[in-house]
Write a protein that binds this ligand. Structure first.
Ligand code: HDE
Length: 703
């Protein structure tokens, strides 16, 4: 059996944050990598010592002869591989996709068409711009890449958390990425778009406008990976059993709802816990609050026009509003297992838009066409040669019999003498399969060789205006603040002025507010988009409480606190799969005897960003220290639920929290009414009524 190092569980604070096991599974360990109990060299030679190099005398130089030293150091020197040129920072999980069978009306792909069909998956979430070690919560687009190990071969849906993209033609991809990455001279700023080259590019390439609005919206700072929507972005062509085709757009709908951070939280988290999203995903899975999404499609007719109601379906900067074409649900994805080894799985997984199965095809979207080249190509450098599909995480779960041979890192021992077709020497094998093999639907392709876009790609502003105007006042305010922040970080006046011109073409009111924030004049004589049909589905503010599974609630307590109350609150929250964490002045335990409670966070280690709500347990000492005051004030400022029971209400008021403020919960004990109200407030995600934008409206941000 492989030898395992167990996490230190002796000190309560060192216990896995969720209090659960390590999530490791024996059956995922490759016995070829770790077998036997003894330390060996890569050749299997047992070693007596790995802490001392072989030297000429105790005080002498190291000998060339020390093969163990050389093997150990050489391997270490080569442990890193090039990080992904984009989407370098990521976290992933294993799971299962269960089909509802509803897809049969549009596709013959078995994993979608057969009811109850289960397909193993591996999903990797990422940010686009930052390096592998960058912070999770920066303002950026998120990758949402899913590898379905179907019984017809691997299908990869390599999507994002936003439904549109910056550019319409893949040939510009190096340019937008060069503009978004840190400046080449100083290599700053890391993992963010708040700098001159980014805004220089997007103000000159106005097709980026719609995506820029999504990035500046709350979608650019998701609360968790598990509260993100996912989108295939491009239009795909689905083919049913009879050969009928439809054009579709893929959507992932999170069961936990779509939620975001507020900007100050995102900034604090980037410093206090740069692994915020990675930790959240792993913790939720380890605690058994498995993240879930429903996969759906918007189905449009494949009538030869590749447009729908005037929307060009080949233009990746456009969406089809859900009010126009509702999303039909095809199945449910559950992420239920953390990777065993980050490098072997999350780092080495290789997605490719060209990994398709019968029933799913690509379209002529020029962005998608470029991706069909890039994803295979990039792995040659990143994974060191053409055999990366043999890596365990990339291997399909069906028999593979290709005629690809040799190459760097070849791990297969191929048999036979005739890796060509037809052959007579290997019995004519492998055979081709004209019945079930992947056949592209014949489609007529003609036209002049031109470097040009269709005219329908020219409207860069209408849908940006539709997006902005469809949101609540509160969400619009966040967009205004984000543009003002990002442009405020630019040094070049001309860049700011040009972007104001872009904003003026989208929405005059927005442009005025950003211009005011920047202290610049509003551009004159620019006409904004006129009236647009709104799409309320674009807003993520909810009116009805959603599930709270996986949410974290902190309870401030000390040895005088009402331990029974803490326990009954924990019980109620656990029923909802939410977690209660005790925050105390010191580590170890609070209470005595049977009334002892483990402390999960100390006042020193806790920070507001980790919690969706914080309450103070009755009986807790009334003189809050400065860290407690900061914790409660941040919770209040970030529109999250706070509360207290019994005499601990004084801790709230002593921290400057208005006892009658919205979302400030009070009760004489941690009774049913208190927990019910807490759960309902958490389900709404934020107490937006506290924020200036909503107060100005004098109404809740509900349409
Ligand atoms: Fe990617 N993209 N991309 N991209 N992309 C990569 O592939 C590329 C685009 C997306 O977790 C790279 O293996 C080009 C759109 C995700 O491993 C690379 C173009 C969308 C991931 C690449 C695009 C995406 C990548 C880098 C313009 C949303 C992370 C490493 C034509 C629909 C996958 C790698 C993971 C990764 C190229 C545009 C999503 C270089 C050339 C549009 C989620 O091949």
């Amino acid at each position: 059996m492989p030898t395992r190092r167990k996490p230190d569980q002796s000190a309560p604070e060192a216990v896995s944050p969720t209090g659960a096991g390590t999530g490791e599974r024996e059956d995922t360990v490759d016995p070829r990598a770790q077998s036997g109990d003894h330390l060996t060299t890569a050749q299997g030679l047992r070693l007596p010592d790995t802490d001392h190099s072989l030297k000429a005398g105790e005080r002498g130089p190291t000998l060339m002869e020390d093969f163990h030293f050389r093997e150990k150091i050489t391997h270490f020197d080569h442990e890193r591989i090039p990080e992904r040129v984009v989407h370098a920072r990521g976290a992933a999980a294993h799971g299962v996709f269960v089909s509802y069978g509803t897809g049969a009306s549009v596709t013959k792909a078995r994993f979608l068409a057969e009811k109850g069909h289960e397909t193993p998956v591996f999903v990797r979430f990422s940010t686009v711009l930052g390096s592998r070690g960058s912070a999770d919560t920066v303002r950026d687009t998120r990758g949402f890449a899913t590898k379905f190990y179907t019984d017809e071969g691997n299908f990869d849906l390599v999507g994002n958390n936003m439904p549109v993209f910056f550019i319409q033609d893949g040939i510009k991809f190096p340019d937008i990425i060069h503009a978004g990455k840190p400046h080449p001279d100083r290599e700053i700023p890391q993992a963010q778009s708040a700098h001159d080259t980014f805004w220089d590019f997007v103000s000159l390439h106005t097709e980026a406008t719609h995506h820029t609005f999504w990035n500046m919206s709350d979608r650019g700072i998701p609360r968790s990976y598990r509260t993100m929507e996912g989108f295939g972005v491009h239009t795909f062509r689905l083919v049913d059993r009879k050969g009928n085709t439809h054009l579709v757009k893929f959507h992932w709908k999170p069961v936990a709802g779509v939620h975001s951070l507020v900007w100050e939280e995102a900034q604090i988290a980037a410093g206090v816990d740069p692994d915020f999203h990675r930790r959240d995903l792993a913790d939720a899975i380890e605690a058994g609050a498995f993240p879930e999404w429903e996969l759906g499609v918007q189905v449009m007719p494949d009538d030869g026009t590749e447009t729908f109601e005037g929307i060009d379906l080949l233009d990746p900067t456009k969406i089809v509003p859900e009010e126009l074409v509702p999303v039909q649900k095809l199945g449910r994805l559950t992420l239920n297992r953390n990777p065993t080894n980050y490098f072997a799985e999350t780092e080495q997984v290789a997605f490719h838009t060209g990994n398709l199965v019968p029933g799913i095809e690509v379209t002529n979207d020029p962005l998608m066409q470029a991706r069909m080249f890039s994803y295979l190509d990039t792995q040659l450098t990143r994974l060191g040669g053409p055999n990366f599909s043999q890596l365990p995480i990339n291997r399909p779960h069906v028999p593979v019999n290709d005629m690809l041979r040799d190459g760097m890192h070849q791990t297969a021992i191929h048999t036979g003498v005739a890796p060509y077709r037809p052959n007579s020497l290997d019995g004519g094998l492998p055979e081709v399969d004209p019945e079930q093999g992947y056949v592209q639907t014949p489609r007529r392709i003609e036209g002049n060789a031109v470097r040009a876009n269709p005219v329908s790609f020219d409207d860069h502003f209408t849908q940006a205006a539709m997006f902005y105007r469809s949101l609540t006042t509160l969400e619009q305010q966040h967009i205004v603040e984000a543009f003002t922040f990002e442009l405020g970080k630019c040094y070049e006046q001309s860049v700011k002025e040009r972007e104001l011109l872009v904003l003026a073409r989208v929405d005059g009111g927005l442009c005025e507010q950003v211009a005011e924030g920047l202290g610049l004049p509003v551009p004159k004589g620019v006409e904004a988009v006129g009236e647009v049909v709104l799409s309320p589905a674009l807003s993520q503010v909810v009116a009805v409480p959603g599930p709270i599974a996986g949410r974290k609630i902190g309870v401030i307590a000390d040895s005088d606190s009402d331990i029974a109350g803490i326990r009954s609150l924990r019980k109620a929250l656990l029923k909802q799969e939410a977690e209660l964490l005790v925050i105390a002045p010191h580590g170890g335990f609070i209470g005595k005897g049977r009334n002892k409670e483990v402390v999960q966070r100390t006042v020193l280690t806790a920070r507001s960003i980790e919690f969706d709500a914080v309450v103070v347990a009755g009986g807790t000492g009334h003189e809050p220290d400065i860290k407690t005051v900061i914790l409660l004030q941040e919770m209040y400022r970030h529109a999250k639920a706070v509360g207290a029971w019994g005499d601990a209400v004084e801790v709230l008021t002593g921290s400057g929290i208005p006892a009658d403020g919205p979302g400030v919960l009070q009760a004489s004990s941690a009774d049913k009414a208190f927990t019910t109200e807490l759960i309902a407030t958490l389900g709404l995600h934020r107490v937006w009524e506290r924020t200036a934008a909503v107060m100005a409206d004098e109404v809740a941000p509900v349409r």
